[in-house]
Write a protein that binds this ligand. Structure first.
Ligand code: AMP
Length: 307
């Protein structure tokens, strides 16, 4: 059994009301894989970087338990670069720059050692590449989770629609759900998205938590009210990594277990935002995760005796 994680491995430059970074390591697969590694060790990474990417970070991926045979290093090319600026509310951001670089001619290779994939995390990437990965895994995984973003809705709509219909779980944020469907009501948007193909839909609402939709069922998980939020970059990816990592660990893809997965995902996202970049996520201890999950349980637990 393995969890294959595909998506960007990147350099990011981030501005928040609390500060600004030069190029730091980021990328959707970096955050998802790092977060999932706290739950399951058999993770296999598919991505591409240029020869400007530090080799010791690839060593760090391995140390965390990620196989990197599917991580291509392209000589003479530059790693994907993204830059963003957060608004004062920290819930919304503007993309300042997206340089696809090495992604432009990326052809994902799935090594034979990855063919035992049971869980597939399609983190943010060009939708046609996400689709290629699905096609190149010979046996359909038990669960395919896909994340995407507004950039692909604006630039690759048809390919996005083609890929969305192949996955089991789609994760988007609230503004992306509205952009996908032209519906303001998230309930109506969810109904429309579920008709596009996925059986489950997760709508992330930043500091307002996340919603899980399946048929006519809905589950809501809050986000933890945090004293300090320094940098929301990667929160969505850490959420998805925690979610699928927990499902892979427990090997249970029922709706009931997905509810637990959402709490674990929310806990991982809450760590991610506490420091810039990967800094907090990369250095967690198991008891910190357990305590954080307990805080979520305490946050929403109440007794009401209905007469
Ligand atoms: P999140 O904050 O969870 O939406 O993810 C932020 C990460 O996504 C950053 O580390 C970026 O490197 C990466 N990213 C930004 N734009 C894209 C894009 N268009 N495709 C793939 N990854 C992206």
């Amino acid at each position: 059994m393995s969890l294959v994680v595909v998506g960007t491995v990147a350099f990011d430059a981030i501005e928040t009301p609390f500060g600004k970074t030069d190029k730091i390591i980021g990328g959707a697969a970096t955050y998802s894989g790092t977060s999932a590694a706290y739950f399951t060790k058999n993770i296999k990474l598919v991505s591409v970087v240029g020869d400007d990417f530090p080799l010791d970070m690839i060593g760090e991926f391995k140390r965390m338990g990620m196989a990197t045979d599917g991580l291509q290093i392209k000589n003479g090319q530059k790693t994907f670069f993204w830059s963003g600026r957060y608004h004062v509310d920290m819930n919304t951001r503007d993309t300042l720059d997206t340089q696809l670089n090495v992604l432009l001619d990326f052809d994902p290779v799935i090594p034979d050692s990855y063919q035992d994939c049971e869980f597939l995390m399609l983190s943010n990437l060009m939708p046609q590449l996400q689709k290629k990965v699905i096609e190149r895994i010979h046996k359909r995984p038990k669960l395919i989770v896909m994340d995407t973003m507004n950039f692909w809705m604006e630039t690759q709509w048809d390919a996005l629609m083609d890929t969305i219909k192949l996955v089991d779980v789609l994760t988007v944020n609230d503004s992306e759900a509205r952009q996908l469907t032209h519906e303001y009501s998230l309930v109506k948007a969810a109904q429309k998205i579920l008709r596009m193909g996925p059986k489950y839909l997760i709508i992330k609402k930043g500091e307002h938590g996340a919603l899980l939709f399946h048929k006519d069922q809905v589950f809501f998980a809050p986000a933890l009210p945090l004293e300090d939020v320094f940098d929301p970059t990667g929160a969505g990816d850490s959420f998805a990594g925690g979610f699928i990592g927990y499902l892979a660990q427990t090997r249970d893809v029922s709706f009931g277990n997905m509810k637990r997965g959402i709490i674990y995902g929310s806990a991982m996202a809450s760590f991610c935002v506490e420091k810039f970049g990967l800094e907090r996520l990369i250095a967690l201890k198991q008891d910190e995760i357990d305590e954080r999950v307990q805080e979520f349980v305490d946050l929403v637990q109440f007794d009401i005796a209905l007469v």
